[in-house]
Design a protein around this ligand. Structure first.
Ligand SMILES: *[C@@H]1O[C@H](CO)[C@@H](O)[C@H](O)[C@H]1NC(C)=O
Ligand SMILES: *[C@@H]1O[C@H](CO)[C@@H](O)[C@H](O)[C@H]1NC(C)=O
Length: 527
C-alpha cells in the first residue's frame, strides 16, 4: 500500500517534470508589449510587429520569466500562461504592478477597438478580469504611453495617442480604491506619445522625448509632481542624446541617475547605432553622458521594455535585433556607476555595491517568501481545488527531495575522504568565499521551498560540507535545471560544479533505478 503510494508520487513527480517542460513557450517576436514584474516573475503580454499579422498572434500569448533563479539569456525558459489570457490582442498598452495587495497587473489602453480600458491579472488566481472603476468618467483608450505607479498605488497615465491625434490628459487610476481621477495640465509640456516616463525618488514623474509631429528632443525634461499636482521643466546639459521615441527609461540603483536605452531617431532606418543607444542623465545636475560599458554590446532596440530586476536593467523584446543572434532579453549590470556591463548571465542574488562590507548582504535581497502556491499550480489551475492538491503534493515533493538529499548526504559522506584534497575547507584562505556560497545557497533554497521550513545553516559554525550538498541537490531539482550557484572564486566554482554535477548524475541514476524497480515490483504484484 505504502509502496504503491510512493510509486504514484514518483510518477506524479515525473509528470510534473513533464508538465514543467511542456508549459514552456517560444514566444513570437513583438514590440510595444508590456513587461511587469511581480514576485520574481516578469510577465509579458501584448505587442507585435505591426506590418504583419503577428500582432494578432503575439497578443494571444501571455508568459513569464522566472527571475528568482539564475539564468543565461541565451537559454531562456519562458513559462506559458496563454491559456488564461482573455485580453484582446493589442499593441501599445501600458501595465504596472498595483492593487490592494500590491501584486496585481493593471493593464490600460492599447490599439484594440474593445471599449474596455483596464484589465487586471491576479497571479494568485491566475486569471484576468475587468475591474469596475468609479470616479471620474474616463472613456479614452490611449496607446503608446508609459503608465507610472507611485508608492500609494496610483497609476499616472499622461500623453499617448488616440485615433486621429495625441492626447495630453493626465489620467490617474487609484488601483486600490478603483477610482479614476485626472491631473492638472497647467505647465504641462507638449502632448506626445512614445515618450519616456519614470518616477523619481523626489515624488516627480519625469517625462522626456517622444513624438508630436516630429521626434522630440531631450534637451529638456519635464516633471509632474504627484504630491502638488503641478508641472515644472528642467534644461539638460552635456552629451544630449538625439531626439528619439520608443526608448526605455529606468532609475539607477542609487536613485541619482536615470538610464535610457534604444529608441527610434529621425533617420531613414530610424535605428540608432549601438554606440548611441545608452545614455545616463545625472539627476543632481541634469547632465547627460554616455556611460562606460563592458561586455558584448547589443544592437539598439525600439519598442522594447526595461525593468530593473536586482542589479540589472532587464530589456525585453522590441525590434532592431536578429533573434537568431541576440536573445529577446538583454541584461545590463548597473551596479557599478563607473562601468555598466552587458552580460548574458542573470544572478538573482547579486547585490548592489555598497561602500562598507555589509553584514548580511543576502537577506536584504531575499525576496518575500512565496506562499505554498508553486508555479506548478499557477500554470495548471484557475480554481482552488487543484491548488489544494498541488499544495499537498508540493509538500510531499519537497519531503521526498529532502529524503533524497539525506540519502546523498550519506553517500557523499562516504565519498568525502576521496574528495578531501579538492574540497575547500572552512578556515583556509578561501573561507570567506566558501561561506558566501553556502549562504547564497541557503537563500536560494528558501526561495524555492515556497514557505516550507528547512534547516537553517548557522553562519559561523564550521559550515559543514554535507549541508551544502543537500541543499544543492534540493535546488537542482526545483530550479528547472538551471544553475543557481554563484561564486566569485572560479576555482571553487569549478570544484563545486564538478562535485554537484557528479552528484546530480548519480541522483538521476538512482531515482531512475528506484522507479524502475518499484514499477517492476508493482507489475509483478499485480500479476
Ligand atoms: C509595492 O511594491 C513596490 C516594490 O515592488 C514598492 O516599491 C511599493 O512601495 C509597494 N507599495 C506599497 C503600497 O506597499
Ligand atoms: C508646486 O506646488 C508647490 C506646493 O503648492 C509649490 O511650493 C511649488 O512652487 C509649485 N511648483 C511649481 C513649479 O509651480
Amino acid at each position: 500500500m505504502l509502496k504503491k503510494t510512493i510509486i504514484y508520487i514518483k510518477l506524479w513527480i515525473l509528470f510534473q517534470l513533464f508538465v514543467e517542460i511542456s508549459c514552456q513557450i517560444k514566444p513570437l517576436e513583438r514590440k510595444y508589449h508590456t513587461a511587469t514584474l511581480i514576485d520574481n516573475k516578469l510577465y509579458i503580454l501584448g505587442g507585435g510587429i505591426i506590418l504583419t499579422d503577428s500582432a494578432e498572434k503575439a497578443g494571444k500569448e501571455f508568459f513569464y520569466l522566472d527571475v528568482s533563479v539564475a539564468f543565461n539569456t541565451q537559454k531562456l525558459f519562458w513559462q506559458d500562461l496563454s491559456n488564461v489570457n482573455t485580453v484582446p490582442s493589442h499593441i501599445g498598452a501600458t501595465a504596472v504592478k498595483g492593487g490592494a495587495n500590491n501584486n496585481t497587473i493593471f493593464l490600460y489602453g492599447g490599439t484594440d477597438t474593445v471599449p474596455t480600458l483596464v484589465y487586471i491579472y491576479d497571479p494568485q488566481s491566475n486569471s484576468w478580469s475587468i475591474p469596475k472603476i468609479g470616479g471620474y468618467n474616463i472613456h479614452e483608450k490611449k496607446r503608446y504611453m508609459k503608465g507610472v505607479i507611485d508608492t500609494n498605488e496610483k497609476m499616472y497615465i499622461w500623453g499617448g495617442s488616440v485615433v486621429g491625434g495625441t492626447n495630453s490628459d493626465m489620467f490617474i487610476l487609484d488601483t486600490i480604491n478603483l477610482r479614476w481621477g485626472i491631473g492638472n495640465l497647467i505647465g504641462a509640456p507638449t502632448p506626445r506619445s512614445e515618450h519616456g516616463a519614470i518616477l523619481l525618488p523626489n515624488n516627480n514623474i519625469m517625462y522626456m522625448g517622444g513624438y508630436y509631429h516630429d521626434y522630440l528632443p531631450l534637451n529638456q525634461v519635464y516633471f509632474y509632481n504627484i504630491i502638488n499636482d503641478n508641472w515644472s521643466t528642467e534644461n539638460t546639459l552635456g552629451n544630449i542624446p538625439s531626439s528619439r521615441t520608443s526608448f526605455s527609461v529606468v532609475l539607477g540603483l542609487d536613485g541619482q541617475n536615470v538610464i535610457i536605452f534604444g529608441g527610434n531617431i529621425d533617420t531613414e532606418s530610424g535605428s540608432i547605432p549601438p554606440g548611441e543607444s545608452l545614455y545616463v542623465l545625472n539627476l543632481n545636475n541634469f547632465e547627460w553622458s554616455v556611460p562606460k560599458i563592458s561586455g558584448p554590446i547589443p544592437n539598439s532596440r525600439n519598442g522594447h521594455q526595461a525593468n530593473v530586476i536586482g542589479v540589472y536593467m532587464v530589456i525585453s523584446f522590441g525590434s532592431g535585433y536578429d533573434r537568431s543572434v541576440e536573445s529577446d532579453i538583454l541584461l545590463l549590470d548597473i551596479r557599478n556607476n563607473n562601468e555598466y556591463t552587458w552580460t548574458y548571465n542573470f544572478d538573482p542574488l547579486a547585490t548592489p555595491i555598497t561602500p562598507a562590507k555589509s553584514e548580511t548582504p543576502v537577506t536584504s535581497m531575499t525576496p518575500a517568501a512565496t506562499p505554498v502556491t508553486t508555479h506548478i499550480m499557477i500554470q495548471q489551475s484557475s480554481n482552488n481545488q487543484p491548488a489544494m492538491i498541488g499544495a499537498i503534493i508540493g509538500s510531499l515533493f519537497g519531503g521526498i527531495l529532502l529524503s533524497f538529499g539525506g540519502f546523498f548526504l550519506y553517500k557523499w559522506n562516504k565519498n568525502k575522504k576521496k574528495q578531501k584534497n579538492i574540497m575547500p575547507t572552512p578556515g583556509n584562505e578561501n573561507h570567506d568565499n566558501y561561506d558566501r556560497e553556502v549562504t547564497l545557497i541557503t537563500t536560494e533554497k528558501n526561495i524555492h521551498n515556497h514557505g516550507q521550513e528547512f534547516i537553517q545553516i548557522p553562519k559561523n559554525e564550521n559550515t559543514t560540507n554535507h549541508e551544502l550538498i543537500t541543499n544543492s541537490v534540493i535546488n537542482k531539482d526545483s530550479n528547472h535545471g538551471q544553475e543557481a550557484i554563484i561564486n566569485e572564486n572560479p576555482s571553487i566554482q569549478n570544484i563545486s560544479d564538478n562535485v554537484l554535477e557528479n552528484l546530480k548524475n548519480e541522483m538521476i541514476q538512482a531515482v531512475r533505478q528506484e522507479i524502475m524497480q518499484n514499477l517492476k515490483e508493482t507489475i509483478q504484484n499485480n500479476e
